[in-house]
Design a protein around this ligand. Structure first.
Ligand SMILES: Cc1cc2nc3c(=O)[nH]c(=O)nc-3n(C[C@H](O)[C@H](O)[C@H](O)COP(=O)(O)O)c2cc1C
Ligand code: SF4
Length: 460
């Protein structure tokens, strides 16, 4: 079970704290049975749904989310209420009087180093169910689907129990809290590769179709599942909604970075003393997050932080002051992504790491668009050449050109993001790239390069 790292007592914790919104006590305390509805309700679960339905109604609930400044936690940081309004404004067809719309919780969690979504789904299932119910009812959806990575059998099981208990108690179902509004909620395990987390691929998987990203517009908010307007949110976005509805938009807006308020769950892994998940206000410096995880393990020094998953940015130690928030990370070539921060100590070869990540991203690309399919493969090959002592003097320039071409032709954002590891390696660790160009791996990781440095001539 993933460790939850302690944070200063004064820090608000809408996702993992002890206030209404479906969250059990603070610290690493967990409900004995996270699917126990009575215990969750005693801790505040469904107070947000009750308020949204009985006191606020759809328009005011949406206004509350807009004023809170909540941005999507699935990676791009898109303002949540903007999507809600787009879904609500799009006619849903003639199937029901208001038309048919869908709301989908993206619980795929594509990042292999991520476990924050899994934690929420297994330990805070009612916050996710309640957030999805509030969002769905606010946009006029009558069908809500929790799409969960099939390998997360624990999350699937807990959410199935939670949804059926919520239905029995009238929080979802044919007549939600006696309002006359219907909301059918189901859990759908989904299985696939990395790209399945991308929303248009996820929706196709739910339709039982082969998954490749779609050109946008139209966005899923206009034409999504089965061609109907569909709201897609990451589970962490949804889990914050009950807290916002109960505490109000001002309380949420007061937390963290004013441009992207609230908290983020960060999964800190790699060479740290205490790996785990930590809930931080947006804008918390990376160095502080590293400190909460006990610092670099074994008295070693920090070499790089991989921020944003396999397509993240490799940031040097002197950029550890960067605030952990959407805009600031993007400015330095990283991104929030799935919320993972991987710590690399001084023994790491950044060139080798960037090579591995680029290869992963190239292997996972679906192949639909040529700049991504061919360009990432070429970038990956150049990375392999650096790490094997076979790089050519022109490879640095070629890498930069390829990166620029790929970024300019994005269809689904994977290609833009996937250039990140090598682009940041070149930007911040240029001397290591140069060393590899002359056949030397300063960290001694790329063994063949070392061999070349010992005297073997290699191609130019
Ligand atoms: C390659 C790729 C992988 C993605 N993987 C995920 C994922 O695993 N989970 C997720 O919620 N969003 C993922 N996204 C983002 C989704 O497409 C979508 O923007 C998000 O689910 C919307 O939720 P939000 O509004 O709450 O951010 C991915 C995007 C891309 C381009
Ligand atoms: S950019 Fe890459 S991953 Fe995205 S659709 Fe094109 S080939 Fe597939």
């Amino acid at each position: 079970m993933t460790t939850i790292l302690p944070t200063p007592a004064a820090w608000p914790r809408p996702l993992l704290g002890d206030s209404p919104g479906g969250n059990p006590p603070s610290g690493d305390a967990r409900l004995a049975d996270p699917a126990d509805l009575d215990a969750a309700v005693r801790a505040g679960a469904f107070a947000g749904l009750t308020r949204a339905l009985r006191d606020l109604g759809a328009t005011l609930t949406t206004a509350t989310i807009a004023e809170s400044g909540l941005r999507g936690r699935g990676g791009a940081g898109f303002p949540a209420a903007q999507k809600w309004r787009a879904v609500a404004a799009t006619p849903g067809g003639a199937a029901t009087p208001g038309g048919l719309r869908y709301a989908v919780a993206n619980g795929y969690e594509a990042d292999p180093a991520g476990a924050t979504n899994r934690h929420l789904m297994t330990q805070r299932p009612y916050a996710v169910v309640e957030g999805l119910a509030i969002a769905a009812l606010s946009v006029g959806a009558e069908e809500a689907i929790l799409a969960v990575r099939a390998e997360y059998a624990d999350a699937v099981a807990v959410l199935e129990l939670a949804v059926s208990a919520a239905e029995e108690a009238g929080y979802v179902g044919e007549d939600v809290l006696g309002s006359g509004r219907a909301l059918r909620m189901t859990v759908r395990p989904v299985q696939g590769a990395y790209m399945l987390g991308e929303e248009t691929v996820l929706l196709k998987a739910l339709e039982g179709r082969r998954g490749q990203p779609e050109q946008r517009p139209p966005y899923p908010s206009e034409r999504g599942l089965w061609g109907r307007p569909t709201l897609v949110h990451n589970v962490a976005t949804l889990a914050a909604i009950p807290w916002i509805v109960v505490h109000g938009s001002d309380a949420y807006r007061a937390i963290g970075d004013p441009d992207a308020p609230g908290t983020l769950l960060v999964q800190v892994t790699g060479a740290v003393a205490s790996p785990g998940i930590v809930e931080v206000p947006t804008g918390t410096p990376l160095s502080e997050i590293l400190g909460l995880a006990g610092g670099v393990a074994g008295g070693r020094t920090l070499k790089a932080l991989l921020v944003g998953g396999p397509s993240g940015g490799l940031l040097p130690a002197d950029l550890a002051t960067t605030p952990y928030t959407f805009g600031a990370l993007r400015a330095v070539g990283a991104h929030v992504g799935s919320g993972s921060v991987v710590v690399a100590d001084d023994r790491t070869c950044v060139v080798d790491l960037a090579r591995l990540l680029t290869r992963y991203c190239a292997d996972e690309a679906c192949g639909k668009t040529i700049p991504c399919r061919i360009g990432l493969r070429r970038m990956s090959e150049i990375g392999e050449r650096f790490a094997s002592g076979l790089a050519r003097p022109t490879d640095r320039g070629l890498l930069a050109d390829l990166g620029a071409d790929i970024v300019g032709s994005a269809l689904c954002d994977h290609e833009r993001l996937a250039t990140g590891p090598l682009a940041t390696a070149m930007r911040y660790f240029g001397s290591e790239i140069d060393a590899h160009l002359s056949g030397v791996c300063p960290a001694g990781v790329c063994a063949p390069a070392g061999v070349v440095a010992a005297g073997t001539a290699h191609g130019g």
